[in-house]
Ligand binder design. Structure first.
Ligand code: PLP
Length: 392
C-alpha cells in the first residue's frame, strides 16, 4: 500500500498541548496559586431541562418493543428537520426539508463535504482561522490561498478579484476573532462566488450569539447565496451539545442544478448512518418555544461574561473586538508582546489562561483570545486580577 503523503504536510497541532504543558508546569511549581482558564472553547453550562427530559423520554421509547427504532434516515428524522426549517423561517429563509441534513456536528461535515470536490480545486482560507479548514484540505492535497484578516479590515477580509479560487471558507461570527460579517460584506462574497463559479462553505456555528437583527445569522439571508453556498451549523455552542453531538448542514438544490445536493445525499447514505434517534429528540426540544427560552438564558449568561471581560479591557485601553455577538474576545497584546509572551505573562502574574492568537495563523501573532464560556465567578475574579495587574 501507499500512504496518503499529504498527511506529512499537516503541521502538528502544538497549540493546545503546549498550553496544557505550560499550565501544568506552572501548577506543579505553584501549588498554592489558583489558575483561571479563559482559553476554553467548550461550553460549561449543562443541557437544558427540556432537552434532558426529551433524551430520557426517547431512551424509554427505545426500551419498548412498540416504540423501538433501529436505523433511521441517514439525513435525519423529519421531526427535527421540520423544526430547523421553521427556525430558518424566522430569518425569512425558506428551505426544503431535503436541503437539510442532520449531522453529528459541524466539524465532521466541514471535513466530509470535501468528498464532493476535486482535489485540484483551490481553496481560500482567511488567516487567522479555525484550524479544521486548513488541516482537512491539506490532508486532501488541495492548494490553499490565505487571505489576510487583520486590524485594517477589522478581521473581515473581502474578496480580491485578482485571486481565483473554487472553494471559500467563511466563518461568521468568527472563531477566533468574534468578528461578524454584515449583509453588504457577505453580498460581496456571494457575488465573487457566483462570478468565479466557486462555492462558499459558510460556518455559522456561532449564529445564535447574534442579537442585532441587521446582522445575518445565515448566508441565505443574502440574495443569490442559495446558488453558491453550503451552510454548516451546530447545536454545540447553541445548546451545549459539545458532548451530545448534533448539528446540521444545508445543501441547497439550486447549486449546480441540484447536483451537489444529490451528491451529498449519496455520500451520506453511503458513509453515514445518521445521528441517534435519542439525540435527535433532544435536539428537537431545543427548537421548541420552551427550549429556545432555556437556551437563551444560557447564551445570555455567556454574553454577560463577555461584556464583563470587554468592559475590563476597555477600562485599560486594550484594543479588542468580538464578545458582543460571539463568545470570543480577540485582543491586541499590550506593550507589543507576542502572543506567547502575553500568555506567559498572564499565567505568571495573574494566573489567567487564554489562547495565543498566533496558534490560529500568522496574522494572529500579537493577538490573544479569551472566551466567555467560564463561570461568572471565575470571569469576575479574572477581571479583578486584570485590574490589579494594570494598577501595578
Ligand atoms: N466551527 C467552528 C468555527 C468552531 O469553533 C467549532 C468548534 O469549536 C466547530 C465548527 C465544531 O463544532 P461541532 O462541535 O459542531 O463539531
Amino acid at each position: 500500500m501507499n500512504i496518503n503523503t499529504n498527511y506529512q504536510n499537516i503541521s502538528d497541532s502544538y497549540l493546545f498541548s503546549t498550553i496544557a504543558k505550560k499550565v501544568n508546569e506552572f501548577a506543579v511549581a505553584n501549588p498554592d496559586k489558583e489558575i483561571i482558564k479563559l482559553g476554553i472553547g467548550d461550553v460549561t453550562l449543562p443541557l437544558c431541562k427540556i432537552v434532558v427530559q426529551a433524551l430520557k423520554t426517547a431512551s424509554e421509547e427505545m426500551g419498548v418493543k412498540e416504540t423501538f427504532r433501529g436505523y433511521g434516515p441517514e439525513q435525519g428524522y423529519d421531526f427535527l428537520k421540520t423544526k430547523i426549517q421553521k427556525y430558518y423561517q424566522q430569518h425569512n429563509v425558506e428551505l426544503d426539508l431535503n436541503e437539510i441534513f442532520i449531522s453529528d456536528g459541524a466539524k465532521s461535515d466541514l471535513g466530509n463535504i470535501l468528498d464532493l470536490f476535486s482535489s485540484d480545486n483551490t481553496v481560500i482560507v482567511p488567516d487567522p482561522v479555525y484550524p479544521v479548514y486548513v488541516d482537512t484540505n491539506t490532508m486532501a492535497g488541495r492548494k490553499i490561498v490565505y487571505i489576510d484578516a487583520n486590524a485594517e479590515n477589522e478581521f473581515l477580509p473581502l474578496p480580491d478579484n485578482s485571486v481565483k479560487a473554487d472553494i471559500i471558507y467563511l466563518c461568521s461570527p468568527n472563531n477566533p476573532t468574534g468578528a461578524v460579517y454584515n449583509k453588504e460584506q457577505l453580498k460581496c462574497w456571494v457575488n465573487y462566488a457566483i462570478k468565479n463559479h466557486a462555492v462558499i462553505l459558510f460556518d455559522s456555528a456561532y449564529e445564535c450569539f447574534i442579537t442585532d437583527e441587521n446582522l445575518p445569522r445565515s448566508i441565505y439571508e443574502i440574495e443569490g447565496a442559495k446558488t453558491c453556498a453550503i451552510e454548516f451549523c451546530s447545536l454545540s455552542k447553541m445548546a451545549g451539545f459539545t458532548g451530545t453531538r448534533c448539528g446540521y448542514t444545508i445543501v441547497p438544490k439550486s447549486i449546480e442544478n441540484g447536483l451537489l445536493n444529490k451528491m451529498w445525499l449519496r455520500r451520506q447514505t453511503t458513509k453515514f448512518n445518521g445521528v441517534p434517534y435519542i439525540i435527535q429528540r433532544g435536539a428537537e426540544a431545543v427548537f421548541t418555544p420552551d427550549g429556545q427560552k432555556e437556551i437563551q438564558e444560557n447564551l445570555n449568561y455567556y454574553k454577560e461574561n463577555a461584556k464583563i471581560i470587554s468592559e475590563t479591557l476597555k477600562k485599560h485601553n486594550i484594543w479588542h473586538i468580538g464578545g458582543k455577538h460571539s463568545p470570543y474576545i480577540w485582543l491586541r497584546c499590550p506593550n507589543n508582546m507576542t502572543s506567547w509572551e502575553f500568555f506567559d505573562y498572564l499565567l505568571k502574574n495573574v494566573q489567567i489562561v487564554g489562547t495565543p492568537g498566533s496558534g490560529f495563523g500568522k496574522n494572529g501573532e500579537g493577538y490573544f483570545r479569551l472566551t466567555s464560556f467560564g463561570s461568572r465567578e471565575n470571569t469576575i475574579k479574572a477581571c479583578q486580577r486584570i485590574d490589579k495587574m494594570f494598577e501595578c
